[in-house]
Design a protein around this ligand. Sequence first.
Ligand code: CP
Length: 357
Amino acid sequence: MKTNGFCGRDWIDPEFSYSREEWETLIDVALELKRRYAMNEDQTHILRGKTLYMMFFNQSLRTRSTFAAGIQQLGGYCVDLEPGKTYTPARKGYEIPYQTERICDVAQVLDRTGDALSIRMYGEHGHWIYGFCHETMKEFAEYMRHPVINMECDKLHPTQALADMMCVREKKGGFKGVRFVMSWAYSGSTHKPYAVPQSLVLAPSLMGCDVVFARPKGFELDPEVIATCRRYAKMNNATFEETDDMEAAFEGADIVYPKCWGSGEYFAKVKGGKIVKPADLKGMKKLFDRNKDWICDAKKMKLVKHDGIYMHCLPADRDMEVTDEVIDGPQSVVFDEAENRLHAHKAIMAMIMGGRL
Ligand code: CP
């Protein structure tokens, strides 16, 4: 079988491990698969007979439905392994006899019979220790020859980022000179990882946008992520700015992406591999409630360019993160983003699972 340079690679942290050119190629493939889908062309030869194992520790609508539909449209199958119905995979030190199974064993079993494993895991499943779930995915990958796909962890949401970059290309024609604003927004729930904001500052920075990162005090992101964004901006002769002023960030924006995430100050604290302070999501709520004015409304959308667009990964917390007027309005592209998840996921699977286009 003819393969490509992507074949067999993991999709765990592509915001760090794939080049801008490789992201461009994946967007090209996703757009081609989208075209073929619109033309009702058969795609079942691409991954005929291949098996995708999916493992969702957290709920999902878009990611679950589009990976399941996508692999079947490419001629393969998916098996939804429900943690709890299988023995729940666990890292050493976090095991419960006959309820959990050590990751090295689960990974090697699935590797013998499947062609890829996709995982969603964040929040309480990683004890709200920042990076725990990301490292868990890497541990799976360590024991598998077949690729591991990150369907959202506590650090990154790269499948979302690829669908969104595809959307930026479609709506803005490219990335250079595009002012992309990733902003915090209020929500009534504090159960929110860093995954989307981190992927959605890294990916547009890698692709060459002028990125603005807006957040109230207390909602800073991983310093490694911010330093990487600055490095990408330099590499692309673009800009990266950080601000605590939502209105100033929106001024003259081509794209705004207001979305809630939690405060790292309240995540669990670890010393020597042990939790010394558990996460305090109730305490975090007070910080959230002081920032209820971080909502994307029509008044703020007046600050963006006349052809500026509103993006959100969904699910959106209406009346908290965004008003109905904005999300249902003409500048909103949220359903285009959701639609692109199907084509982006198919592109990822086709390329890393050895598909023949
Ligand atoms: N945006 C996103 O990942 O949606 P789901 O949580 O529904 O998969």
